[in-house]
Design a binder for this molecule. Structure first.
Ligand SMILES: Nc1ncnc2c1ncn2[C@@H]1O[C@H](COP(=O)(O)OP(=O)(O)OP(=O)(O)O)[C@@H](O)[C@H]1O
Ligand SMILES: [Mg+2]
Length: 229
């Protein structure tokens, strides 16, 4: 069988990333890779650099040195408009506090990433409807975020993170603000949907239950990776 060039190259390659704030080094020459479709848990105590690392991976923040290569592109080498394009096409993000736009309905929040990459209105409508149905939110499509429960808001956020078929989802404590029943639903969905779409996931979490849906784990302690399984 010929080797598939897609699978021989990792989706994400982090090489010797260093990030300091003032005299305090938060990430110490961190290196790892993530394959297409792989789920990686990122654990570690508060202040260990998990969110800082996600921000460097997503191009929200810049490492002081080292390289982040996402889908074959060196993130730090891009000018801001090219970086915005890469982010819009390749990444989806999910946060602890959902970050939905409060004046838009559930359906409009989910539609936004498709508008940003120029998908036509008719296709947008059908993809949004399908995604909301898949997440059990069909009947809530026209609700505003303030009219939704926390678990529902996070399901909208997951639909929004996946709607444009990104290669990598960055999730920072996506179950941190939910009770355990709703947290469990969100974890099941993240696992099922990333399996179905072969999307990679980096999941920052304090919870063992959440880390358990991942194939591998990196544990940060003072910015160094101390356990990898
Ligand atoms: N913009 C900033 N300026 C200065 N220091 C910062 C900045 N952002 C983060 N830090 C510091 O860097 C360290 C790592 O922060 P980070 O937010 O990455 O931790 P974390 O692992 O995500 O923690 P938590 O689990 O509490 O979310 C902390 O000590 C934090 O105070
Ligand atoms: Mg954090």
């Amino acid at each position: 069988m010929p080797v598939d060039p897609e699978s021989s190259q990792p989706l994400l390659r982090v090489e010797e990333v260093v990030k300091s704030y003032g005299s305090r080094t938060v990430l110490h020459r961190l290196s790892f890779t993530v394959a297409t479709g792989e789920r990686l848990a990122l654990t570690g105590p508060s202040g260990s650099g998990k969110s800082t690392l996600l921000n460097c991976l997503g191009g929200v923040d810049r490492p002081d040195s080292g390289r982040v290569i996402l889908d074959g592109v060196e993130v730090q080498s891009l000018a801001s408009d090219a970086l915005a394009r890469l982010r819009r096409r390749t990444l989806g993000t999910v946060f602890q506090f959902f970050h939905l736009l409060p004046t838009l309905t559930a359906a409009e929040n989910v539609e936004m990433p498709l508008q940003l990459i120029g998908v036509k209105a008719e296709e947008r409508a059908s993809r949004v409807r399908q995604a909301l149905d898949r997440l059990g939110l069909g009947p809530r499509a026209d609700a505003l975020p303030s009219q939704l429960s926390g678990g529902e808001q996070q399901r909208v956020a997951i639909a929004r993170a996946l709607i444009h078929r990104p290669r990598l989802i960055l999730a920072d404590e996506p179950t941190g603000n939910l009770d355990s029943a709703n947290g469990g639903i969100i974890l099941d969905l993240l696992r099922e949907l990333t399996d179905e779409t072969h999307t990679a996931l980096i999941l920052v979490t304090h919870s063992e239950e959440a880390a358990a849906i991942c194939h591998r784990r990196i544990h940060l302690q003072d910015g160094r990776a101390v356990i990898r399984t």
